[in-house]
Design a protein around this ligand. Structure first.
Ligand code: AFP
Length: 313
């Protein structure tokens, strides 16, 4: 850790300097900074771009919006430009892209999660996971870094390389400067974020929600994974769940692009992430479209979720 001059204020610390102070690998720093650069183009597109349909669909049969495709293209271009990326897997593509066999890092990302919320002016985000080597189907516990960018009233970037979780905000020059570092989560929360249709909840999940309400937790749900997780992380407490449903035992969210990066960040902040039976980061990805139920946030709230799911299904 490089010592800071006395009196340095957070806003004087930009993303690249923070990574350098933490003596992060130069190539990893390059990947993270390229993603930060990509976000400048993405946010410009969100604020000014075409919101229409791209006329194509992704691996999940979901209609791709112009912004989905554009954001995917922007990220891919910057990652290829970095020169240190071996392979890329994007939620918007059904193929793993082999970029550079000598590249040090494999990158998985959801370029614009929640994109269907842009036309109603709700917050959306980019989610990224970074592995050493070229293998994309690695367990989340092998991540060397994870980050997300939240395009909301402010544009913020949250990252961890395994040395704590740190938040940055984009300034008028579109640079990311430090807001807070080493974010920590409380063991129990007072908010919960329940995805999926309530009438399709299993008995265990229904009992979990009743127990959360009974302890005074308030419902906070936007329909965007990134803002919903960001709220729990930055407030330092709460539980997000997109559970197994009666008609969808695997839930909805994707292990590679959504769950593993967020589980890495939340665990780095002292929280937990489970599919109701095992730690998200320990799950072996079966394919790039692997989905899992998720209970993620304050440790005691996740433990309560696991108790109800294992006892009542
Ligand atoms: P889209 O990317 O298709 O808008 O879906 C967003 C998302 O994958 C994730 O961001 C949300 O947590 C979840 O779906 C919301 O799903 P429901 O609309 O079923 O609540």
């Amino acid at each position: 850790m490089v010592a800071r001059e006395p009196g340095t204020t957070p806003f004087q610390i930009d993303l690249r300097r923070h990574l350098r102070e933490n003596e992060e690998d130069r190539d990893l720093t390059r990947v993270i900074c390229e993603i930060a650069t990509a976000s400048r183009y993405v946010i410009h597109s969100i604020r000014t771009g075409e919101l229409g349909v791209a006329g194509t669909s992704n691996l999940y049969g979901e209609e791709q919006l112009a912004l989905d495709v554009l954001s995917d293209r922007i990220l891919r271009k910057r990652l290829v430009h970095s020169g240190v990326v071996s392979s890329i897997a994007s939620e918007e593509s059904s193929e793993i892209l082999s970029v550079n066999l000598t590249g040090k890092y494999a990158v998985v990302y959801d370029p614009l999660d929640g994109s269907s919320l842009v036309d109603v002016n709700l917050a959306v985000g980019t989610i990224v996971g970074i592995y050493r080597g070229e293998d994309i189907l690695q367990r989340g516990r092998n991540l060397v870094a994870a980050l997300y960018i939240l395009y909301g009233p402010r544009c913020t970037l949250v990252y961890s390389t395994g040395n704590g979780v740190h938040e940055f905000a984009m300034n008028a020059l579109m640079e990311y400067t430090l807001v807070q570092e080493n974010i920590r989560m409380k063991p129990s929360g007072t908010i919960y974020s329940p995805g999926g249709q309530r009438n399709k909840y299993t008995p265990g999940v229904e009992k979990l929600v009743q127990a959360l309400e009974a302890k005074g937790s308030k419902l906070r749900y936007s329909g965007g994974f990134v803002p919903d997780i960001n709220q729990i992380l930055i407030k330092g407490q709460g539980l997000f769940l997109y559970p197994h449903l009666q008609d969808k035992p695997e839930g909805k969210l994707r292990l590679l692009y959504e769950l593993n990066p967020m589980a890495f960040l939340i665990e780095q902040a002292g929280g937990a992430a489970s599919n109701g039976r095992e730690r998200i980061l320990d799950i072996d990805p079966k394919a790039i479209d692997h989905r899992e139920p998720v209970f993620i946030g304050s440790k005691e709230d996740v433990a309560m979720a696991e108790k109800f799911v294992q006892e009542f299904g």
